[in-house]
Every structure is written in C-alpha cells, then in structure tokens.
Design a protein. Structure first.
Length: 267
C-alpha cells in the first residue's frame, strides 16, 4: 500500500524559520508587537525598516539573546524560544553583528579556528594535557579553517592580523567565522554597513557564493536597498515593531505603507 494512502497526504516540510505572534517589551517600551513571518529553506530573505523599527531585536530573539515577552520562534519546526544562545548555535543558526566583532589581535586563521572550537570533540582534561585526541582535533580544526579560507578567497591572508585587513575584508572574515560554526541558517546584521558601492558589489557576490556552496538559508538586515532588492527573493518590512509588508521585492517596493514608513508622508 502506498504510505500516502495509509497515512494521508505527506506533511509539507517545515519552514526553516517561523516567528509566531512575537511581542517583546523592554520595561514599558514595546519593541515588537505581534510579529509573524516565515523563511523557507534555502531562501535569501531580508528584513528592512526605518531606524528603531525592531530589526535587530528580531535577530536577538531568534538567537536567544532575549526571550520574547510573548510568542514563539521555530527553527526547522522545533520550538527554540528561550533557549541559550550556545544551544541555538549548536542547532545550526549563526549570526554576525552590526559592529564587526573580530578578534583583532589574532590572525585571520585563528579567528576562523576560534569558531571551530565550539564543535571540538574533546573534554577539558584532554585539552589540558594535550592528549592525542586533542592534538588530532587541533589538526582537524586547522585544516578545516584553512580549507574554508581557501574556498572563499581569504587563504592568502591566513597569517595576517585581522586588524590589518581592509574594512570590506574584515566583514567577509566575520561572515566566514560565523560559517565555521557549521550552520544551515545564517543571520547577517547590516553586512554592507559603511561600504562604498564597489565593496557592496563584492559583498553581494560573496554572500551568493557562500549561500550556494554551503547550502545556507540566509536572513539579513540591511539599509542598502541596492543589496536588498538585488539579492533577496523575500522581504519583511518592520515599522514601529510591526510587520507592515511581507512579500517579494517588487510587491514590497510599491507598497504604500512601505513608502510612507520611509518617506514619512503622514508624519
């Protein structure tokens, strides 16, 4: 007998990410109110909105920095609401931040190695006494880190200190360091902030390549409309902590509520 006939229609695959009725307060200040949206597996989606709209708060709720006052965050169908950030990372969600958070005094290679350490399979005693298993893990981490840098064009800079890299390359290194945690889902918080047009073009190509080669789902926050409209297939627009538009770029671009939020015609 066909399993579908026995058990009914096969269930649809869960969304890679789903926010269900998310509300969040900071004391008496409401940052988000009833936020609902989904990101499909393999999608490159974006969140846009004026300053103070709640975009980074959404990222902080997804990654466990905050626990929502109300609502749920689901990742691949599993409820991750309120889990520790380390647990969420281990499940396959990685992120970058608005302000670059590299280890500036470490080399490019060691920045990537640092992210790999979260997945090392040794106990503290093995690490303390440099046991054989620890040495094997160190070798594996170094080889994987070098391979990641080589694959995405930073291999020649492995021995350089992170502080000496041009701004655009520091951004790429930060993204690669997040990728070294082995995610299936990547959150990028304003990756093009402070970049000139040429750097933005290079970053767009880099993100596309990373997404393709590592089979990632990507959700980004960005103010550079050129990047958002040129890359994202799905855009969520926030204003005053609420979703005012959710759809493909061409639909969002012409939405009167979005134009009002950005142009302030009714304020």
């Amino acid at each position: 007998m066909n399993p579908a006939e026995n058990n009914g229609p096969l269930a649809a695959a869960p969304a890679a990410l789903e926010l269900k009725n998310i509300t969040h307060h900071f004391g008496g200040l409401r940052a988000l109110c009833g936020v609902n949206f989904t990101v499909a597996p393999g999608e490159l989606a974006g969140i846009i909105g004026p300053n103070g709209a709640g975009k980074t708060t959404v990222f902080n709720l997804i990654t466990g920095v905050y626990k929502p006052s109300k609502g749920n965050v689901l990742f691949n169908g599993a409820d991750i609401t309120g889990l520790r950030s380390s647990a969420i990372t281990s499940m396959g969600i990685a992120r970058t931040f608005q302000n670059i958070r590299l280890f500036k005094e470490l080399t490019v290679l060691d920045n990537v190695r640092a992210a790999h350490y979260a997945r090392m399979k040794v106990n503290p005693l093995e690490a303390l006494f440099h046991a054989g298993r620890h040495r094997a893990e160190e070798k594996r981490v170094t080889e994987q880190s070098r391979a990641l840098l080589d694959k995405f064009g930073l291999g020649a800079l492995a021995g350089d200190f992170a502080r000496n890299l041009p701004y655009g390359l520091q951004r790429r290194l930060e993204i690669l360091r997040a990728a070294a945690t082995g995610p299936s889902f990547m959150l990028l918080d304003e990756p093009a902030a402070g970049m000139h047009p040429g750097e933005v073009e290079q970053l767009m190509a880099f993100i596309r390549e990373l997404k393709r080669e590592l089979s990632l789902t990507v959700l980004l926050i960005e103010h550079q409309m050129r990047l958002v409209m040129g890359m994202c297939t799905h855009i969520v627009v926030l204003d005053f902590g609420m979703v005012i538009a959710d759809g493909p770029p061409e639909q969002v671009r012409s939405d009167p509520k979005v134009m009002e939020a950005y142009m302030g015609s009714a304020r």
